[in-house]
Design a protein around this ligand. Structure first.
Ligand SMILES: [Zn+2]
Length: 204
């Protein structure tokens, strides 16, 4: 299933001082590269743009993302959006980490448009992050926006800073979770979430 992509506003530098490209040029020089050679001549501008895109979540406003997408309903079964693919940058090395998130909530009179949940994930993934905080921010935002009875978020990710350097554990992944309200306090609710998450994962 392809998730709805968030509309991204990439901030362009407003002044010379805000340009990242001269700094990338300098990094290339200090790495012993020749920034003037063919393949690198436009690299500083490309990296500038890429970094702005990858951190564009700072410019996203949860209120705007969720605007008008809350609906009053009499639905009290758990809502689960599984396998939300995300890409983020670890704040320790500014290297990518990526993986999947599974997000669930137990509605209390209100539900949110399903496509909004991947957009909340993108908003926090496109920042300098650690996986633990990313997981919690998604859970807290959903809690504050929808006021459900419970929220559960599970995040599975692989970190390039572990895979490419140092320990070079290519196959190690990290799992984090955030459970709020009934998903934290009620075992039956938490178990339901975990079994819904595991269910399709095994079948795909
Ligand atoms: Zn890292």
């Amino acid at each position: 299933m392809k998730s709805n992509k968030a509309i991204v506003k990439v901030m362009t530098p407003k002044s010379k001082e805000q340009e990242i490209s001269p700094l990338i040029h300098e990094i290339l020089v200090r790495l012993g590269e020749d920034p003037a050679r063919d393949g690198l001549s436009r690299t500083p501008e490309r990296v500038d743009k890429a970094l702005r895109f990858l951190t564009s979540g700072y410019q996203m406003d949860p209120e705007k993302i969720l605007n008008g997408a809350l609906y009053d309903v009499k639905y009290d079964e758990m809502v689960v959006v599984k396998d939300i693919e995300f890409f983020s940058l670890c704040e320790h090395h500014m290297l990518p980490f990526h993986g999947k998130m599974h997000v669930a909530y137990l509605p209390d009179k209100k539900v949110i448009g399903l496509s909004k949940i991947p957009r909340i994930v993108d908003m926090f993934a496109r920042r300098l992050q650690i996986q633990e905080r990313l997981t919690q921010e998604v859970a807290n935002t959903l809690q504050e926006a929808v006021h459900p009875l419970g929220v559960g978020v599970i995040c599975e990710a692989r970190h390039f800073c572990m895979m490419m350097r140092g320990v070079e554990k290519q196959h190690s992944g990290a799992m984090t979770s955030a459970m709020l309200g009934a998903c934290r306090d009620r075992k039956d609710t938490r178990d339901e979430f975990l079994s819904l998450v595991n269910h399709r994962s095994n079948g795909s």
